[in-house]
Write a protein that binds this ligand. Structure first.
Ligand code: HEC
Length: 264
């Protein structure tokens, strides 16, 4: 587990602790149990402030750690925390009931933002791992070196074992049936089919020559991804690249991939 994930957990935990502690005191106040409330506050005088500081501290630290720009929800959450925490503490000191009720709702919302946002913060690392796995064949100079098929499939939680096996078999066949180094030997027919399929399904983003790069599409003429990697990309999709497994047959995917390899 990375440090930033640990910090995020801590941040959420302190936030939850603050919320529960605050709710307990609010409950005592609203139930009219002044005696209990006074006892609790006497014993835990600085807990509110301490938790508040921890929330802000861990939040700021997260912003500092987050590679690149911190996500918007984190700023929203921190901004809310800066406003809400002191108000909540002040309302509790004055025992101002409407204020406490509002603050309780506000804090709940704050926790919701943080909880929901934390899910998106953990997602990019998965995405990066996926690209890294796919990127590996690109760094291999030999176009047909054994691709890390297993790591590719590990990243795909929706894939059953049977599907994985089928896809692996299909990609293995593709590598044997149509060596991408000399796709012309398969005859002009298959390439013509592949070209038609490419113009129909891929050219919108990649352009007829593979270089258009719309929607963040990669330049196919510069791609070093081999047959297996491309078949996988086209079958499963990645990020903004759509999956074609329901649109094209395995044979069609092989044809379009074979054609895409001729775009240099
Ligand atoms: C909606 C736009 C879109 C369409 C349609 C599309 N692609 Fe892509 N393609 C992308 C994007 C975006 C990426 C980059 C994906 C990433 O790495 O996040 C990509 C990446 C690729 C790559 C990997 C290139 C590399 O080296 O990283 C291949 C190969 C590819 N596409 C082939 C195809 C083929 C073949 C088709 C048609 C069957 C197709 N694409 C249709 C958007 C598209």
């Amino acid at each position: 587990m990375s440090f930033s994930v640990l910090l995020l957990r801590l941040h959420l935990l302190v936030l939850l602790a603050f919320l529960l502690f605050y709710a307990t005191k609010a409950a005592l106040l609203f139930l009219g149990r002044q005696e209990d409330l006074r006892n609790l506050r006497a014993r835990t005088r600085i807990v509110d402030s301490l938790l508040g500081l921890l929330i802000l501290g861990s939040g700021l630290w997260l912003v500092a750690l987050y590679p690149g720009d911190a996500p918007r929800w984190l700023w929203v959450e921190l901004g809310l925390a800066v406003v809400l925490l002191p108000l909540a503490i002040a309302a509790m000191r004055r025992q101002y009931k409407p204020g406490i009720a509002c603050m309780l709702l506000g804090l709940l919302y704050l926790y919701g933002v943080a909880q929901a946002g934390s899910l998106t913060l953990q997602r990019p690392s998965r995405r990066v791992a996926g690209t890294a796995a796919l990127g590996r064949p690109e760094t291999t100079p030999t176009p047909d070196a054994a691709p890390p098929v297993d790591t590719l499939f590990d990243d795909e939680p929706g894939l059953s074992e049977a599907e994985t096996a089928a896809l692996q078999a299909a990609t293995a066949n593709a590598a044997i049936a149509s060596p991408p180094a000399e796709p012309e030997t398969d005859g002009e027919g298959i390439l013509a089919d592949g070209k038609a399929l490419f113009n129909k399904n891929c050219a919108v983003c990649h352009g007829a020559n593979g270089r258009l790069g719309l929607n963040g599409a990669h330049d196919l003429s510069k791609s070093n991804l081999n047959t297996t990697g491309r078949v996988y990309m086209v079958t499963q999709g990645l990020g903004k690249m759509p999956a074609f497994k329901d649109k094209l047959t395995t044979a069609q995917i092989q044809q379009v991939v074979a054609y895409s390899l001729t775009l240099k």
